[in-house]
Design a protein. Structure first.
Length: 215
């Protein structure tokens, strides 16, 4: 027979397990609710344009580099990321692949040739304006804040992704379709924090601007 003391200990342990399970379910429900809200808010968005400042901290060198640029996102699957001088480089993420251009030249690679790095760039596009539910198979997603909009944190579950990025974070505005800030943390302590200015929704975009250089 189980003594009263053991019954109390067992009951307490089961109670803790039950409380943890309920807490985990509550967190999962909060994530589900937030992703549904963001999906609904983004449903009618065609384009997003915004200036940004990008601060990149290089862990090994203990230095910080600041850049300015402009994001152009044409949904569902085209991103143009332009860094102004002195960086003077533009990146593209498209269904056809990934490209870049500098004053001295440029190039492009197909989606398959870009490999694991290409997958992370595609995830960034989704984070900025795509269907966030698509990230759930590769990331553990949490909602650390609902203040003045929403903050979403994504930590890689897939080992191949974790080799390139340790955490992605998105802060959305009250409308939930706009972006205020993105943080990208990488192995080794490197960290990029991107703060966006006023976001234009559904502005007309010249299709030629969204085409990377030919491979």
């Amino acid at each position: 027979m189980i003594s009263m003391g053991r019954r109390q200990v067992l009951g307490g342990a089961l109670g803790c397990v039950g409380a943890l399970a309920l807490e985990g379910q509550a967190r999962a429900d909060a994530v589900d609710d937030a992703l549904k809200e963001m999906t609904q808010a983004r449903a009618g968005v065609k384009t997003l344009l915004a200036p940004f400042t990008q601060k990149r901290a290089i862990g090994l060198l203990a230095t910080e580099v600041e850049s300015a640029g402009e994001m152009t996102l044409v949904l569902p699957d085209r991103l143009r990321w332009e860094l102004k001088p002195p960086d003077a480089v533009t990146y593209w993420v498209t269904p056809e692949g990934f490209g870049y251009a500098t004053p001295k030249g440029g190039g492009a690679t197909g989606a398959s040739a870009a490999g694991r790095f290409g997958a992370v760039l595609g995830d960034l596009l989704i984070l900025l304006g795509g269907d966030l539910a698509k990230l759930r198979s590769r990331y553990d997603i949490a909602i650390p804040s609902r203040k003045d909009g929403l903050t979403l944190s994504a930590k890689p579950r897939a080992p191949e992704v974790a080799k390139l990025v340790t955490r992605l974070e998105l802060s959305a505005g009250p409308e939930l379709w706009s972006v205020k800030r993105v943080v990208i943390e990488e192995p080794g302590g490197d960290r990029s924090e991107i703060t966006f200015g006023q976001v234009q929704r559904d502005a007309k975009v010249d299709p030629a601007r969204m085409k990377p250089p030919r491979p």
